[in-house]
Design a protein around this ligand. Structure first.
Ligand code: ADP
Length: 465
């Protein structure tokens, strides 16, 4: 069999639910994909972001910033069944180990299959066998299989941004086999952490009879799949520069005025039940409880803009956080001290960078997270001469790479409290040593490395073409 042309000389076609259309330059992933798409004359296929009573059946072809887009509309029923239903109420909770929150409704799965089918059709129409199709995330497990069923030979890769859970958990999805077979039809599957790779490898072998033929390769029937460990990174150097921009310094000054000479402990997350926000607040309450000497000397600021607020669980989480922060401030606050500040809004990237840099402790304690980019952004934003300390959950994908952080179990309030105390008391020399190792790591395995590492799997994979 001929070796394929190197990936760099082939057209890249990205497929994801959201595209960067309308907000070019927003987010590291969007920029990393756009760059390669622009270099290879590529195409980005995704949802138009529009919901119609009767959606246009035609794909909308357009262009922005040197990148071509093929945008697909959805009906209200599509949006509810596919996006709010199957993606957000089945896959998101189960993949994050929250079976208790999953809503298994067969209509959701039907909508998921139908939307995947519509995207597969668009790929078939808009691409050629020489293109590399790179699918992003859990919205599209089925595309490679559907393309094969349409007799449409394509080289396909899939990157999962969220965790792959233990097979025992994944198996509780009524249609898990169809999802698993869908994943296994891709030529390359990229996952965030060694733990995710182990889980998926075990699932493939136990459930689908896959045979591991080399470190990264699995044979299932007559198809060979490359499973690549490919932790996503950020534009570490770019983010580091953002942290000293005017916008960053203005934001930091504004908060510094409020802080006075208190140390800032910062949390920045989308408001999502996977982020462990109530547990984090409880951890801070434990800190105030155990160490009264800290009263008045620190301030914990949590930034958490509401996300997907239409879903019931998010509304409940919002209420829970409002109550918890009120109670903690009531219990521990004083006339001149507010222990917890909770800001339910978003900030610009440069503003966030400035706030991270001001913070002596970055508190990143998700209960389950594919990677967690906030952990990497916090490190990138630090002042090398006076860096802060990262306290990081063992259940974030980032923990597998960021070993010099203070790694904790987010369910253990005492461990969270004690790690924050250790961070606050850490001597400058140790802070610098840990930060340097972490910063070098996120620069080495940044977003450009991630993209190259994933796509290089196509150069070494002549099978499955
Ligand atoms: P997830 O993808 O699950 O939300 P990540 O930590 O991997 O978690 O990525 C979150 C991204 O969203 C980061 O780039 C972070 O800077 C951004 N973000 C989180 N909270 C805010 C906020 N309050 N304002 C602006 N951006 C935010």
């Amino acid at each position: 069999m001929n070796k394929p042309r190197p990936h760099s000389s082939r057209r890249l076609v990205a497929v994801s639910n959201r595209t960067s259309f309308g907000s070019p330059g927003a987010g590291g992933l969007a920029v990393a994909l756009s760059d390669t798409l622009a270099e290879t004359g590529g195409l980005w296929i995704g949802w138009s972001g529009k919901i119609f009573d009767v959606p246009r059946r035609r794909v909308n072809l357009t262009e922005e910033g040197g990148v071509s887009f093929a945008l697909i509309d959805m009906s209200k029923a599509d949006y509810e069944g596919f996006y709010l239903g199957y993606a957000n109420s089945v896959l998101w909770p189960v993949m994050h180990n929250r079976l208790d929150l999953a809503v298994f409704d067969s209509e959701y799965f039907a909508a998921y299959v139908a939307i995947n089918q519509r995207f597969a059709q668009a790929i078939a129409n808009q691409t050629t066998p020489d293109d590399i199709i790179w699918v992003q995330d859990y919205h599209f497990f089925l595309l490679a299989k559907q393309l094969k069923e349409q007799n449409c030979p394509r080289q396909t890769g899939f990157f999962l941004h969220i965790p792959f859970p233990a097979p025992e958990v994944f198996r509780s999805i009524p249609d898990h086999r169809l999802l698993g077979e869908g994943l296994c039809a891709y030529d390359v599957v990229g996952l965030q952490s060694p733990h995710d790779c182990k889980n998926f490898s075990r699932y493939m072998q136990e459930e689908l009879g896959a045979e591991q033929v080399s470190e990264e390769r699995y044979r299932i029937g007559d198809h060979t799949l490359t499973l690549r460990l490919c932790p996503i990174g950020i534009d570490a150097e770019g983010f580091s520069q953002s942290a000293t921009s005017d916008t960053a310094e203005n934001a930091a000054q504004k908060l510094a005025k409020f802080l006075g000479d208190r140390h800032l402990i910062i949390g920045v997350d989308r408001m999502d039940y996977s982020k462990g926000l109530p547990q984090r607040f409880e951890g801070m309450a434990t800190l105030f409880d155990k160490y009264p000497i800290l009263h008045g000397t620190i301030s914990f600021t949590q930034i958490a803009p509401p996300s997907r607020s239409v879903v019931e669980e998010y509304a409940q989480l919002r209420q829970q956080l409002d109550e918890l922060s009120g109670r903690i401030n009531g219990d521990y606050g004083d006339l001149d001290w507010i222990p917890i500040r909770y800001l339910a809004r978003g900030y610009e990237r440069d503003e966030l960078a400035g706030l991270y840099r001001l913070a002596r402790v970055g508190l990143v304690t998700p209960l389950q997270d594919g990677m967690n980019l906030v952990a990497k952004e916090y490190i990138a934003a630090q002042d090398p001469e006076d860096p802060g300390v990262l306290v990081l959950s063992q259940f974030a994908g980032a923990a597998e790479q960021m070993k010099e952080a203070l790694i904790i179990n987010p369910h253990d309030r005492d461990a969270v409290a004690d790690a924050v105390l250790t961070a606050l008391n850490m001597p400058l020399a140790e802070r610098k040593r840990r930060w340097r190792a972490l910063y070098d790591g996120i620069c080495r395995q940044d977003i450009t490395w991630w993209r190259g590492h994933f796509l290089a799997a196509f150069d070494s994979d002549p099978a499955g073409i």
